[in-house]
Design a protein. Structure first.
Lengths: 112, 116
């Protein structure tokens, strides 16, 4: 059974802290994605990666960076968390550009 | 640029009644279309997709959607809903090309509330 796991379900951080969100997939997928989900805005793509050490900006990359050192792991980094980054963060992976995206359960981040 | 419009943010419906969740898209090229479902406290999972061929696609749990190119729509329907269908449903579109990464654009979601 395919699986995407995220390191935390809930996370509370303070403004200015550096935050790491980890995502691991066990399907040997090439593509991995980070989205944020906000009420009334749906899913918005932050960054994606189509190969190890490769990354591309999505629609809202400002304030975020990513790292993909291994094929199965894709990390989202908030260098200096701000209150407007309070959100649900969803990681996903897919085998090719047009195949199904498999999502993790999400991390609900609160920045105080 | 492509976009997706989900016309209803919330849809309440009684159990065993039919339901239609509306989705319209805009794109200057051919498209692939998807419906994803998000149950409470879970990530999204694929419900069904249209890539090519028959314009009517079905899921294993009784949902179906029809690709209508002239109306640029991909509405989701179920003839009789169950309590377990209570969830948020997302329509998504990507360009219909297999070359390289093709961005998937998601709608804002429709919350289906099934009333006992």
């Amino acid at each position: 059974d395919v699986k995407v796991t995220q390191s935390s379900r809930y996370l509370v951080k303070r403004t200015g802290e550096k935050v790491f969100l980890e995502c691991v997939q066990d399907m040997d997928h090439e593509n991995m994605f980070w989205y944020r989900q906000d009420p009334g805005l749906g899913l918005r793509l932050i960054y994606f990666s189509y190969d190890v050490k490769m990354k591309e900006k999505g629609d809202i990359p400002e304030g975020y960076s990513v790292s993909r050192e291994k094929k199965e792991r894709f990390s989202l980094i908030l260098e200096s968390a701000s209150t407007n980054q309070t959100s649900m963060y969803l990681c996903a992976s897919s085998r090719t550009a047009i195949t199904t995206q498999y999502f993790g359960p999400g991390t609900r981040l609160t920045v105080l | 640029a492509q976009s997706v419009t989900q016309l209803d943010s919330q849809v309440p419906v009684f159990e065993e009644a039919p339901v239609e969740l509306r989705c319209n898209y805009s794109s200057s090229v051919s498209v692939y279309l998807f419906w994803y479902v998000q149950y409470p406290n879970q990530g999204l999972q694929l419900l069904l997709k249209y890539l090519s061929g028959s314009t009517l696609v079905e899921s294993i749990n009784g949902f179906e959607a029809e690709f209508n190119k002239s109306q640029t729509s991909f509405h989701l329907r179920k003839p009789s809903v169950h309590i377990s269908d209570t969830a948020e449903y997302f329509c998504a579109v990507s360009p219909g090309s297999s070359g390289g990464y093709q961005k998937v654009t998601f709608g804002i979601g429709t919350k289906l509330q099934v009333i006992p």
